[in-house]
Ligand binder design. Structure first.
Ligand code: DQQ
Length: 505
């Protein structure tokens, strides 16, 4: 076969886009109000920044045909955090350059009025920080000819990996953390400083984990995607935990990979953690990054990966969803709290409100008034004598398919039970859980976003669980309730049908 000319290549891409557009219209699992790229593979959010009236969301993107390997930076912008405009990709690997095999994750800053990215350039086994600037308000990017801006990882450490970046400024000095892992010790973040973002001096590991601790305190062998930011009167370091021994290519699944937040005192470039917690216990939320917006809010997005086989993803023509934006705050006990951005309310359509609903300990009771696969649900439960309460979503009328979001009061855990989420054998179906202890007299408040194959749960705004489900039946649309060990009540229930956001192809 002859090499494709540029015109043939563009033509072929256009045809492929049209085919995909038709497929996506009838794809029952493709989310309708979460951000997704036009097609193909997406992973980490990158370079989040507010610039001249727009929220800019860059993301790891493999726009070509499967196996979706060479990472680009995709780009979208929004004025309201809900509707996104797809923009041309921001970075692509440069043949022969230090990023010829991939433009991996990184961040964006405003450097004296110049939008500037630091990202990981990949060439063979080498992964090093590279810089790019935009002359036109973030639409096109020029790579610094002297890339990489750090020529080698620190030589005095026996490192497993060295990639991904977070930047901040103190006075006139820029600081950078690079994600890494010290062999036999654990994940670490390496501190560098620079007067100009181009010349960097290595300082020391700002903080290092211990790979030998067990879950949920386990923090793995290597830390990806560090994010370091002030929150309240503390500083927060978020890292994505990765393990070399247990890691293999298809292992971005399950509890082996999660993001951890350390809330800390940070003074004189010394980091003293006060608390450590897992950001999302659902098993699908990874590589989060935050940005500060003009309202002073700390907003976070994460990558929600798929819970089905590579083949199923390739057949679908897309993989990976961006989480909804979460607003972060700090609780009195130095834990991070998460709430969905209030801007999402504009997507609410038909509304069902019910008060003082009694739930009896029978089988799943489904609502007759509302159903759907794109819903927002808020439920305030009074447990009374029940030991367990829960909400079922994506339920078939006969219950053959159902996904349960259950609270087990005796264990003090919230569970997403996907054992019957699909009749298809080709998808992940298990139970994931996270800790949630209610104080005496505290109600259970579940705020759930269902978007076809995506479920994001905020429990009392202090525990998040995100999951993926792929029901096979077109009538798996029901919403229901369960209670066990005794009856319970829902003091207030709100359910909204959610409108789609239209993303161009
Ligand atoms: N994915 C990126 C890396 C990062 C990992 C490559 C986390 O930069 O370490 O797409 O998902």
């Amino acid at each position: 076969m002859h090499e494709l000319t540029e015109a043939e290549r563009v033509n072929r891409q256009e045809e492929r886009k049209q085919t995909l557009q038709q497929m996506f219209t009838s794809d029952p699992h493709r989310p309708r109000y979460h951000f997704l790229p036009p097609s193909a593979w997406m992973n980490d959010p990158n370079g989040l920044i507010y610039w001249k009236g727009y929220y800019h969301l860059f993301y790891q993107y493999a726009p070509n045909d499967p196996p979706w390997e060479r990472k680009h930076w995709g780009h979208a912008a929004s004025t309201d955090l809900v509707h996104w405009i797809d923009l041309p990709f921001a970075l692509a690997p440069t043949p022969g350059g230090p990023d010829q095999d991939g433009c991996f994750s990184g961040c964006a800053v405003n450097h004296n009025g110049v939008p500037t990215l630091i990202y990981t350039g990949v060439r063979g086994d080498q992964q090093l920080p590279c810089l790019a600037t935009s002359p036109d308000d973030l639409i096109t990017w020029k790579k610094y000819p002297g890339n990489p801006v750090i020529a080698t990882p620190p030589q005095d450490l026996d490192l497993l990996a060295f990639r991904d970046h977070t930047l901040w400024k103190e006075g006139t000095t820029w600081y950078q953390l690079v994600g890494a892992g010290i062999k036999g010790v654990g994940g670490t973040v390496l501190l560098f400083r620079s007067p100009n973002l181009l010349e960097w001096e290595y300082m020391y590991p700002l903080y290092t984990g211990d790979r030998n601790r067990s879950e949920p305190a386990w923090t793995g062998s290597m830390w990806e995607c560090p994010d370091f930011f002030p929150l309240g009167d503390k500083s927060v370091l978020v890292v994505s935990v990765y393990d070399d021994v247990r890691f293999h290519k298809k292992a971005y699944k399950g509890s082996l990979h999660y993001a951890v937040a350390f809330v800390a005192d940070y003074t004189d470039r010394t980091f003293t953690p006060l608390t450590q917690s897992i950001i999302d216990y659902g098993g699908y939320f990874y590589a989060p990054q935050t940005m500060l917006d003009p309202k002073g809010r700390r907003l976070q997005w994460g990558w929600l990966w798929e819970g089905r086989s590579d083949e199923a993803q390739w057949t679908a023509g897309w993989s990976g969803v961006m989480s909804l934006p979460r607003v972060l705050s700090l609780s009195g006990d130095n834990m991070v709290r998460f709430e969905p951005a209030p801007e999402l309310k504009q997507l609410r359509g038909t509304h069902l409100l019910m008060e003082d609903v009694s739930i009896l300990p029978t089988s799943l009771t489904q609502l007759r008034e509302i159903q759907g696969d794109c819903l927002e649900i808020q439920a305030k439960f009074i447990l009374d004598e029940a030991t367990e309460v829960g909400i079922g979503v994506r339920c078939a009328p006969d219950g053959a398919e159902q996904t349960l979001i259950r609270y087990d009061r005796l264990q003090g855990r919230l569970l997403i039970d996907r054992q019957r989420s699909s009749l298809s054998g080709d998808v992940e179906r298990d139970i994931r859980s996270g800790p949630l202890t209610l104080a005496a007299g505290e109600a259970l408040f579940l705020h759930i976003f269902l978007d076809r194959s995506v479920i994001e749960v905020f429990a009392n705004y202090r525990l998040c669980m995100s999951s993926r489900v792929y029901p096979s039946r077109t009538d798996s649309l029901g919403v229901g309730f369960i209670t066990r060990g005794g009856s319970s009540r829902i003091k207030k229930l709100d359910v909204w049908e959610m409108r789609p956001i239209i993303s161009s192809l």
